[in-house]
Design a protein around this ligand. Structure first.
Ligand code: NAP
Length: 299
C-alpha cells in the first residue's frame, strides 16, 4: 500500500497576504492518494475543506492524519459518499454548502482505474461498470450539481468560482498503460470539461471557470494496482509522491483565473520521456515510407 507521508505539523498561523484569502474547497476522493495530499495543502493554506470518499474507515483515518499534520482539524469536514451513485453529489453539495457557506473550488478528484491493468476482454464486468460510473457519470453528476450551486452564489463579472476535472489528453491516453474503460472515461471527462465551458459561455455565465488538472504519474494505489513487475522500475523513475504533486498543483488551483486552464505537474523525467516520444512520432509522420497516420486511421 502506498502511504502519504505527512508533510509535517504546521503550527504557525498562515499569512493570508501570502496565501490569498481563505477559500471553501470541495474535494471528492480525499481519503488517500493525491486527494489526501491536496486536502493537506489546502488546509495548510488556511482554507476550509470538504472531503468525501466511500470507505468510512479510510475517511476517518484521513481526518485524523490531516488534523495531526496541519493542526486545522476544525476546518476539515468529511462525508462518506459514493460519487457514482445518483443523488450523492447533491447530498455532498448540501453538506458542503452548509459547512463552507461559499464554494470557491470544486475538485472532481474521485476516480478509479479499476483493479486490473489488463485487456478489455479480461476485465470483470463489474470493474468496467464501476470505472465508467465513477469517472464519467460521477464527474457529470458532480459538475451539474457544482455549477447549480455556484450559480446560486453571489454573481460576479469574472470567474470567481472554479471547477476542476481530471481528464486525459489524447497524448496522455496513448501513453497510459491502464485499461480501456479508464482511458476512455478519462478522455470523455476532458471532453465534458470542454462542452461545459462551451455551454456556460453560451449562457453568458462568467462567474464559473472550468479547468483540467493533469498530475502526471503519482505514486498512489490507483497507479500501483495490478502494475506488472516489469513496469515497476520505470514507474519508480517517472512517478512522483502525492505531496510533491499537490505542492505544485494546489497554489495554482488557489490562484487560478478565467476558464479553460490546464494545470499540470510534469516531473523532469516524465517531460523527457514525453519529448522523446513526441519527437519519435513526429519523425514517423514525416519520414518517407514510415507509414504514419496519413491513411487517416484513428489511433
Ligand atoms: N495516480 C496517478 O498516476 C494519476 C495520474 C493521472 C490522473 N490521476 C487522477 O487523479 C485522481 C486521484 O487519483 P489517485 O491516484 O489519488 O487515486 P487513489 O489513490 O486510488 O485515490 C482515489 C480516491 O478517490 C476515492 N474514490 C474512488 N472512487 C470513489 C467514488 N466512487 N466515490 C467517492 N470517492 C471515490 C477513494 O476512496 P474510496 O475508495 O474509499 O472511495 C480515494 O480517496 C483520479 O481522478 C485519477 O484518475 C491519477
Amino acid at each position: 500500500m502506498v502511504e502519504l507521508k505527512p508533510i509535517g505539523v504546521i503550527r504557525t498561523p498562515h499569512s493570508h497576504s501570502a496565501a490569498g484569502p481563505p477559500l471553501g474547497v470541495v474535494l471528492t476522493g480525499g481519503s488517500r492518494g493525491l486527494g489526501l495530499a491536496m486536502a493537506q495543502r489546502f488546509l495548510a493554506a488556511g482554507d476550509t475543506v470538504v472531503v468525501c470518499a466511500r470507505d468510512p474507515a479510510r475517511l476517518d483515518a484521513a481526518r485524523t492524519e490531516l488534523a495531526a499534520a496541519t493542526g486545522a482539524g476544525e476546518r476539515l469536514h468529511v462525508l462518506a459518499a459514493d460519487v457514482a451513485d445518483p443523488g450523492e453529489a447533491e447530498r455532498l453539495a448540501d453538506f458542503a454548502a452548509e459547512r463552507l457557506g461559499t464554494i470557491h473550488r470544486w475538485i472532481n478528484n474521485a476516480g478509479t482505474a479499476g483493479r486490473f491493468k489488463r485487456p478489455l476482454t479480461e476485465l470483470p464486468t463489474t470493474d468496467i461498470h464501476t470505472t465508467c460510473q465513477t469517472n464519467l457519470a460521477g464527474t457529470l453528476q458532480a459538475c451539474a450539481v457544482a455549477v447549480r450551486r455556484m450559480q446560486a452564489q453571489p454573481p460576479a463579472a469574472e470567474a470567481v468560482y472554479h471547477l476542476f476535472n481530471f481528464g486525459f489528453s489524447a497524448f496522455g491516453a496513448r501513453l497510459s498503460r491502464t485499461n480501456i474503460p479508464h482511458r476512455v472515461s478519462k478522455l470523455a471527462v476532458a471532453e465534458l470539461s470542454r462542452q461545459l465551458r462551451h455551454e456556460l459561455a453560451e449562457q453568458g455565465e462568467r462567474r464559473i471557470g472550468v479547468h483540467e488538472l493533469r498530475p502526471g504519474l503519482v505514486h498512489t494505489e490507483l497507479l500501483h494496482a495490478d502494475l506488472p513487475a516489469a513496469a515497476r522500475p520505470i514507474i519508480d523513475r517517472l512517478a512522483e509522491s502525492p505531496d510533491r504533486v499537490a505542492a505544485v498543483l494546489v497554489p495554482r488551483i488557489r490562484r487560478v483565473a478565467g476558464s479553460g486552464r490546464v494545470i499540470e505537474y510534469r516531473s523532469k523525467a516524465a517531460s523527457l520521456v514525453r519529448g522523446l516520444r513526441a519527437g519519435a512520432s513526429a519523425f514517423r509522420r514525416q519520414a518517407p515510407g514510415a507509414g504514419g497516420l496519413r491513411g487517416g486511421r484513428h489511433r
